[in-house]
Write a protein that binds this ligand. Structure first.
Ligand SMILES: Cc1ncc(COP(=O)(O)O)c(C=O)c1O
Length: 360
C-alpha cells in the first residue's frame, strides 16, 4: 500500500491523522526541548506539562467532577479485572453482568478473590443481545457491580444502565470511552485501555471516585493499589510517557473538533449508514438484531457462507478497506468505527458492501 488505508481494526485502532502528523513534527525535538518525548525524564518540567495537559483535556472532554481522580496506568484493561476486586472487595462479594468475552474474563478474575454473582448473562445466545437485568437480583451486601459498556467482539452496548441501587458501578469502557456523552457521576469507576478511542496501547485510563481510593485488600501488591497511583499522581513509577503524550494530542484534537457531543453525532451517523446498508441487504446479516442493543463502535456482520466472507475480506483489502475480519466467536466480518475513523472511510465501506451485495 503506497497510501494510508481505512483501518477498521478493533484495536489497536485508527488514530486521527492530525495526531500522527503532529507527533511526526514533534518527534525529534519536542517544543524546543532538543529531544523526543520518548527520551525525556518523566520527572522533568516539560514532561509534567504533558501529563498535566492530558489530564486537563480529558477532564474537560468528559466533564469529570473534582471528586474523581484521573489515572494513567499500565497493564491494559485486563489488569483492571484484578485491580477492581483487589481494591473494592471488602465483603468478598461482587455482582457482574456478563455481556461478552471481556465481561467473562473480568468475572473469572474476580472469582479468584471472592464470591461473584452473575446477575444476568446473554452467553447462551452468543452475546447477540443485552440480557434483561432483574434489579432485585443485585445483592444488598455486594461491594460493587461490574459491567462492560460496549462489547467489542459482539457489538452490543448499553444505552441505559440498570438501577444498581446505590452500589458502586464499575464500568469497562475500553471500546466506547469518549464516543458519546455520559455523566461521570453515574459511575464509581470507569476504566479503558487506550488503544481504541484514546491513543496507543500501553496506557490505561482510570477515572475513580475519591472515596473509593483508600481501601485495598491486605494482600494487594503496591503497584495494584489505586492509592499508590493517586498518591503518586500516576508517577509512582515510570508511566507510559509516549503513550500519554499521544493521548494528550488525541484529546486536544477531539476538543478542537467540538468535543464529545460533536463526535457523538458523527459516530451515530457512521453507525447508522452501516446498519442501514446491512439491514437492507439479503446477503448480509448483523450479529445483533435488536436495534436498541447495537453498538455504534463495533459492528459484526456476515454472510451465510464462510467462502463468501473470505472473498469479501480479500476484495475489501484490495480497495484499502482493511482489518475487517470478525472475531472467531462470531466469524464473518466486523467493522470497528472508532472516533478516528473518518466518515469517508465508512462511505467507502458502504459503497463496497452495496457493490459486493449486487455482484454476489
Ligand atoms: C471491552 C474490552 N475490555 C478489555 C479489553 C482488554 O484490553 P487490554 O488488551 O488493554 O487488556 C478489551 C480489548 O479489546 C476490550 O475491548
Amino acid at each position: 500500500m503506497s497510501e494510508r488505508v481505512y483501518n477498521f481494526s478493533a484495536g489497536p485502532g485508527v488514530l486521527p491523522e492530525a495526531v500522527l502528523k503532529k507527533a511526526a513534527e514533534q518527534m525529534m525535538n519536542y517544543e524546543g526541548s532538543g529531544m523526543s518525548v520518548m527520551e525525556m525524564s518523566h520527572r522533568s518540567k516539560v514532561y509534567q506539562s504533558i501529563i498535566d495537559g492530558a489530564e486537563k483535556s480529558l477532564r474537560e472532554l468528559m466533564n469529570i467532577p473534582a471528586n474523581y481522580k484521573v489515572l494513567f496506568l499500565q497493564g491494559g484493561a485486563s489488569l483492571q479485572f484484578a485491580m477492581v476486586p483487589l481494591n473494592f472487595m471488602k465483603n468478598n462479594k461482587a455482582d457482574y453482568i456478563n455481556t461478552g468475552e471481556w465481561s467473562t474474563k473480568a468475572i473469572k478474575e474476580a472469582q479468584r478473590f471472592g464470591d461473584v454473582k452473575v446477575v444476568a448473562s446473554s452467553e447462551a445466545e452468543v452475546f447477540n443481545h443485552l440480557p434483561v437485568v432483574n434489579e432485585n437480583e443485585f445483592r444488598a451486601d455486594a461491594d460493587y457491580v461490574h459491567m462492560t459498556s460496549n462489547n467489542t467482539i459482539f457489538g452490543t452496548s448499553w444505552k441505559k444502565y440498570p438501577n444498581v441501587k446505590g452500589k458502586p458501578l464499575v464500568v469497562d469502557m475500553s471500546s466506547d470511552i469518549l464516543s458519546k456523552v455520559i455523566d461521570v457521576n453515574d459511575y464509581a469507576m470507569i476504566y479503558a485501555g487506550a488503544q481504541k478511542n484514546i491513543g496507543p496501547a500501553g496506557v490505561t485510563v482510570v477515572i475513580i471516585r475519591e472515596d473509593l481510593v483508600e481501601y485495598s485488600r491486605p494482600e494487594t501488591p503496591t503497584m495494584l493499589k489505586y492509592k499508590t497511583h493517586v498518591d503518586g499522581a500516576s508517577m509512582f513509577n515510570t508511566p507510559p510517557t509516549y503513550g500519554i503524550y499521544i493521548a494528550k494530542l488525541g484529546f486536544e484534537y477531539l476538543q478542537s473538533i467540538g468535543g464529545v457531543p460533536a463526535i457523538e453525532k458523527i459516530n451515530n451517523r457512521k453507525a447508522a449508514m452501516l446498519y442501514e446498508v446491512l439491514d437492507n441487504s439479503k446477503l448480509f446479516k448483523c450479529h445483533v438484531q435488536n436495534k436498541e442493543d447495537r453498538s455504534i463502535m463495533n459492528i459484526p456482520f456476515r454472510t451465510a457462507s464462510d467462502d463468501l466472507d473470505k472473498k469479501f475480506l480479500a476484495d475489501a483489502a484490495k480497495e484499502g478497506l482493511v482489518t475487517l475480519s470478525g472475531h472467531k466467536k462470531t466469524g464473518g466480518m466486523r467493522a470497528s468505527v472508532y472516533n478516528a475513523m473518518p466518515i469517508e472511510g465508512v462511505e467507502k465501506l458502504v459503497a463496497f458492501i452495496k457493490k459486493f451485495d449486487k455482484e454476489n
